[in-house]
Design a protein around this ligand. Structure first.
Ligand code: UGA
Length: 431
């Protein structure tokens, strides 16, 4: 099929590449001409396992193209995805400026039957809004359909998630549009959930809110564990073994961050508020998440007697492993608090250091995990990159001023860390 994808962020680029790799003729669009040139040259603008190989392969076989013209892409496509960003506005609700602008340009270009699919994460009612904007450009309602088809991929495993979805949600008014999408996605052999536009939009917000709730729940349990000498690892394993609950997203840590959960949970609260429902449960989920990192920092400060004049080593900066994304990364909260308290930070991340450096030029960014502990008064594991899992803990401890390790992601076995010379502290176990 001939497909256009507007927006080349995580969702747009990965969707476009996977559809191209499945044999469709895909044209991606981005208004950022530098990005367009770079992608056209086979250089992916984001760090994501497998993306460069897929980009080079689909550019070579001609299934993947990129342009800065929405009109060109729409005119040669039967299906057009909107996959532009919906960043949080100052009040935390998603800013739909880009979605509106793109819908307008798509409307101006439609001259034949077209299915317009919204993949951006948007509040309830956005599908209707996109439909109205396209109609306002003079397009007859029988010439186009608007479909909500939310994306569930995770950064760091975006390509494999897109190739192996748990479900494909299609929100539409017309069964014919759903059939066309089922045809497009047929090679993925996934379950289809066909519903109306509003329900599809709520599935996305609801899904992310529930996952965030699960994490906040286990993090709240970790606080209880610390207070009563229980072990959150065993507690989570025991709770998650119930098939009705499941073990996933029950890993206690520094809390959830990234470009999706913070924005979508806020968005869900705001959506409910707009409908006169006070979603107090989710407000508490957000509060627990904010408290989690601060509580860990309180414990560290208490142990080392405050950050002033101390050198703090940070292992990992990205909001999670296998990505260079630092949006709402816990590292930002941690560095900010240490620097404000008069401490020094020396940090290492395999891919994200240069991005954090833009926010905090005063911190030192070292080139190896082992350099993090040199002369450090305390080391904090912030992001659970694989390369930290099997690190030589004794070597790491050897160069520290004080071998005190606070493991924010529960990566190390306490006895192993202690045997390597560390005074070891972690989430969900009393110090
Ligand atoms: C999330 C969802 O998992 C995807 O399904 C969704 O498509 C995506 O948002 C989106 O809306 O675009 P993502 O933000 O890439 O994906 O990352 P996750 O792997 O879900 O992790 C989110 C945060 O939760 C991270 O900060 C991670 O460290 C944290 N987390 C996750 C925990 O603290 N504990 C867990 O058990 C799991």
């Amino acid at each position: 099929m001939k497909v256009a994808v507007v927006g080349t962020g995580y969702v747009g680029l990965v969707t476009g590449l996977v559809l191209a790799d499945l044999g469709n003729e895909v044209t991606c669009v981005d208004k950022d001409t530098k990005k367009v040139e770079s992608i056209r040259a086979g250089i992916a603008p984001i760090f994501e396992p497998g993306i460069e190989e897929m980009l080079k392969r689909t550019l070579k076989n001609g299934n993947f193209n990129i342009t800065d013209s929405i009109a060109d892409a729409v005119k040669k496509s039967e299906i057009v995805f909107i996959a532009v960003g919906t960043p949080p506005a100052t009040d935390g609700t998603p800013d739909l400026t880009a979605v509106r602008a793109v819908a307008k340009d798509i409307g101006k270009a439609i001259d034949k039957p077209t299915i317009v699919i919204n993949k951006s994460t948007v509040p309830v009612g956005s599908g209707d809004m996109v439909e109205q904007i396209i109609k306002d450009q003079g397009v007859a309602s029988d010439l186009f359909d608007v479909v909500s088809n939310p994306e569930f991929l995770r950064e760091g495993s975006a390509i494999s998630d897109t190739l192996n979805p748990d479900r494909i949600v299609i929100g539409t008014r017309r069964p014919e549009a759903a059939e066309k999408l089922k045809e497009l996605y047929a090679p993925l052999q996934s379950e289809f959930i066909v519903t109306d536009l509003n329900s599809a939009e709520l599935i996305k917000y609801g899904g992310n809110s529930f996952l965030a709730l699960k994490i906040s729940f286990i993090n709240a349990m970790s606080r209880v564990c610390e207070l009563c000498n229980a072990n959150i690892g065993d507690v989570a394993r025991g709770i998650g073994a119930d098939q009705r609950i499941g073990p996933q997203f029950l890993y206690a840590g520094l809390g959830w961050g990234g470009s999706c959960f913070p924005k979508d949970v806020q968005g869900m609260v705001a959506t409910a508020q707009g409908l006169d429902y006070d979603f107090g449960l989710l407000k508490e989920v957000i509060k627990i998440n904010e408290d989690q990192t601060n509580h860990f920092l309180d414990r560290i400060e208490h142990r080392i007697g405050g950050f002033e004049g101390k050198t703090v080593g940070l292992l990992g900066l990205a909001f999670k492993p296998n990505t260079d994304d630092i949006r709402d990364a816990k590292a930002l909260v941690i560095i900010d608090r240490i620097l404000k308290a008069g401490g020094r930070v020396q940090a290492y991340d395999p891919v994200a250091s240069h991005l954090v450096e833009d926010h905090f030029p005063a911190a030192i960014y070292v080139n190896s995990a082992y350099d993090v502990s040199k002369g450090a008064d305390v080391v904090i594991l912030v992001t659970e990159w694989n390369e930290f899992r099997q690190i030589d803990l004794a070597r790491l401890a050897g160069t520290a001023k004080e071998a005190i390790l606070f493991d924010g992601r529960r990566v190390y076995a306490p006895e192993k860390a202690r045997a390597a010379g560390w005074e070891y502290h972690t989430i969900g176990i009393a110090s």
